[in-house]
Design a protein around this ligand. Structure first.
Ligand SMILES: C[S@@+](CC[C@H](N)C(=O)[O-])C[C@H]1O[C@@H](n2cnc3c(N)ncnc32)[C@H](O)[C@@H]1O
Length: 202
């Protein structure tokens, strides 16, 4: 994605940021389920695993992990979305306005978990792969993706059409991309349209 594409996308999310959490009740249950499942599988992290949440938005997934005791950093390109996250979580989460492909000056394996919820389907394949590689580099144990699974919901098809996202291509390509990068990953349905793709970093 070019600088111009990222700026345009950030502007779109800036405009909807104040209303974004209207959809939170739909997501919070499955996010909690995904977080609990992932935390149970970590090794040797003590009570406070480190998590980087890419495209954190208003901080729904980041907040779930912070509430469970994780030390969380959330990054996003949209200042408006981050402002909403800040209002809710204050200093509980480190929030930084940077793009997913270059989330900060972090060394390899800086975090136990690197996550992205409903972010990757918005990216074209090449850029998505670049972001996935960066997530893998920064993760010591797990890369956690929550995103669409194949579904027949016409509202989703309509919304993603309006957003001009790469939703259909994401569904067609994500398994191949994860197989290319990770020896092991598991896919778990969280509800009729949402799934957890949990990748092991080895
Ligand atoms: C649909 S929202 C999801 C927000 C949050 N992860 C959640 O599940 O509630 C997608 C978020 O990803 C951010 N985003 C999209 N592309 C990005 C990129 N290349 N770098 C950083 N953030 C990005 C958007 O600004 C937006 O806040």
């Amino acid at each position: 994605m070019s600088e111009k594409d990222l700026t345009r996308l950030a502007g779109t999310f800036d405009r909807v940021a104040r209303y974004f959490d209207i959809m939170r009740p739909l997501f919070i249950g499955p996010y909690r389920q995904a977080a609990e499942y992932t935390l149970c599988q970590l090794k040797n992290t003590g009570s406070s695993p480190a998590l980087l949440d890419i495209g954190t938005g208003t901080g729904t997934l980041a907040g779930v992990f912070a509430t469970q005791g994780a030390k969380v950093t959330g990054v996003d390109i949209s200042r408006g979305m981050l402002d909403q996250a800040r209002k809710k979580y204050g200093s509980q989460i480190d929030l930084v306005q940077v793009p997913a492909h270059a989330p900060g000056p972090f060394t390899d394996d800086s975090f136990d978990i690197v996550s992205a919820a409903f972010v990757l389907h918005e990216m074209p394949a090449g850029y998505r792969m670049r972001v996935l590689k960066e997530m893998k580099r920064l993760a010591g144990q797990k890369v956690l993706i929550i995103d669409y699974v194949p579904n027949y919901n016409p509202v989703i098809t309509f919304v993603e059409h309006i957003e001009k996202s790469d939703y259909r291509r994401f569904l067609a390509e994500i398994d191949g991309q994860l197989q290319q990068l990770f020896k092991n990953y598991e896919k778990k349905k969280l509800n009729h349209f949402m799934g957890l793709y949990l990748c092991e970093v080895s």
